[in-house]
Design a protein around this ligand. Structure first.
Ligand SMILES: [Zn+2]
Length: 185
C-alpha cells in the first residue's frame, strides 16, 4: 500500500471520527488513538488501515450530516469578519490596523493599558488638601482612590505637607505675638 493511499484513508477515518463521535477535537483524538497503537508495536499504516476497517464506510446519512456540518463551519467563518479591540473592547473589522474608537494600533506590540479610557478624576481635587490640610487629603484620598490610586496618594501627601505648613504658620504667628507681648511688658 502506497503512502498516498494511507493519507486518503486517514482523511476518511478523520471524517468518520468527526461525524460519529462527539469529540471536541476529533483530529486530536484520532492522533492519540493511532499513537497509542503504534506504541504497542504496529506501524502507522497498519493502525490506520485497521481502524478504518473496524469503523466501516460512512452511511449516506452520515455523509449528509458531514456535508451539513462542513457547510455550517464555513458559514460561521464567513460571518466572523470582526475582531475585538484589546484596549476598548469594541468590535472592529478584521482588516483594520487602527481601532476607529480608541486608536489602538495592532501593528505595535500589545501592552495592556487601560488608563487611556478609564475616566480620570478632575484635578480640582488638588485644591481640597491645599485648603483643608490633612482632613482634605484624607477626603480626596477616599474620593479618588478607585479611579486613580496615584493621584489619591499624592492628595494624601499634599494634605500631610499642608498640615505641617499650617502648624509652622500658626507657630510663627504665635511666637510673633509672644515677642510683641514681651516687648510691651
Ligand atoms: Zn479600541
Amino acid at each position: 500500500m502506497s503512502s498516498v493511499d494511507i493519507d486518503e484513508i486517514y482523511e476518511k477515518l478523520l471524517k468518520i471520527y468527526e461525524v460519529r463521535y462527539n469529540y471536541a477535537n476529533p483530529r486530536m483524538m484520532l492522533y492519540y488513538q493511532i499513537n497509542q497503537l503504534v506504541r504497542e508495536g504496529r506501524t502507522r499504516e497498519e493502525v490506520i488501515k485497521t481502524l478504518y476497517e473496524e469503523e466501516g464506510e460512512l452511511t449516506s446519512e452520515e455523509e449528509k450530516k458531514l456535508e451539513e456540518s462542513t457547510r455550517r463551519k464555513k458559514g460561521e467563518e464567513a460571518i466572523k469578519k470582526t475582531k475585538q479591540c484589546p484596549q476598548c473592547g469594541k468590535e472592529v473589522l478584521i482588516g483594520f490596523k487602527l481601532c476607529p474608537h480608541c486608536d489602538f494600533d495592532w501593528t505595535l506590540p500589545y501592552r495592556p493599558s487601560y488608563t487611556s479610557y478609564v475616566k480620570k478624576p478632575t484635578s480640582l481635587w488638588y485644591l481640597v488638601p491645599l485648603l483643608l490640610g490633612l482632613i482634605g487629603g484624607a477626603l480626596g484620598y477616599i474620593a479618588v482612590k478607585d479611579e486613580d490610586k496615584e493621584m489619591a496618594e499624592t492628595l494624601l501627601v499634599i494634605g500631610i505637607v499642608m498640615s505641617f505648613i499650617d502648624i509652622l504658620v500658626i507657630w510663627a504667628i504665635y511666637s510673633y505675638y509672644l515677642s510683641m507681648l514681651s516687648r510691651l511688658l
